[in-house]
Design a protein around this ligand. Structure first.
Ligand code: PRP
Length: 217
């Protein structure tokens, strides 16, 4: 039997995903060792392999078939725009993709002015402003601490993830428009879903049962 390989976005999403996998009987003790430098872990019982990748790389591994299944945030999946099947909403890691800025930027959005938008998600920002809102904007790609941009005058607004809203509040910014809700999703390689249909569907169905159990609590 061939191995089914999982690519998990390292960090909280991977930890939560592993706890769900444990509940369906799939364990991977080695992976829990916080000191390990190992990158790939094997469960011989079910012929599964797991690796932790940078979140933005998960869709890449899955599109090319280096991983059969991936777990990543909807933000990453949208931004990367890879050819893969998004098959399940895991319902955790909930947050929102928003246009944020100082309250004074509200007017600029309303008047459809040409503004600068800073974001770690240039594709999502571009699609939202160009296609959904029909507003011409200049997108500036940043790699983190995006809230800085409107404060130091790099851009008028940002497109970013809002979870608790604390980062915005502490920096005098607010949500101006909501683009879409986000959460952790399971993605599957298109060929793998055909070739390993039964094994993959079995894992997904088991996960679904655990999610349903939780939602009833
Ligand atoms: C994310 C996001 C916001 C913040 C939102 O950043 O880009 O900055 O979390 O969370 P909150 O609404 O609960 O405050 P992250 O911590 O990933 O760091 P980064 O900006 O450096 O990428």
């Amino acid at each position: 039997m061939r191995y089914i390989t999982f690519a998990l976005a390292k960090g909280r999403l991977a930890r939560t995903t592993l706890s769900y996998l444990e509940r369906i009987g799939v364990t991977c003790e080695e992976m829990k060792d916080p000191d390990t430098r190992k990158l790939i872990f094997v469960n011989e019982e079910y012929k599964l392999k797991f690796f932790l990748a940078k979140a933005t790389d998960v869709p890449t591994y899955v599109e090319y078939g280096a991983a059969d299944i991936g777990v990543a945030g909807k933000d990453t999946i949208m931004e990367e725009g890879r050819n893969l099947y998004e098959v399940m909403d895991l319902g955790f890691g909930k947050c929102r993709m928003c246009v944020c800025g100082p309250a004074s930027a509200r007017e600029l959005l309303k008047r459809n002015e040409i503004i600068r938008v800073a974001s770690k998600y240039p594709n999502i920002a571009k699609h939202y402003f160009n296609d959904t809102k029909n507003q011409t904007v200049e997108i500036i790609k940043l790699n983190g601490s995006v809230e800085l941009a409107p404060i130091v005058g790099l851009s008028e607004v940002i497109v970013d993830i809002v979870e608790t809203g604390n980062t915005l509040r502490e920096n005098g910014l607010e949500v101006l428009e909501e683009i879409c809700p986000l959460s952790a999703r399971v993605v599957v390689n298109q060929v793998s879903l055909k070739m390993e249909h039964d094994r993959i569907m079995h894992i997904l169905n088991e996960l679904n049962l655990v999610l349903k159990e939780d939602s009833r609590k």
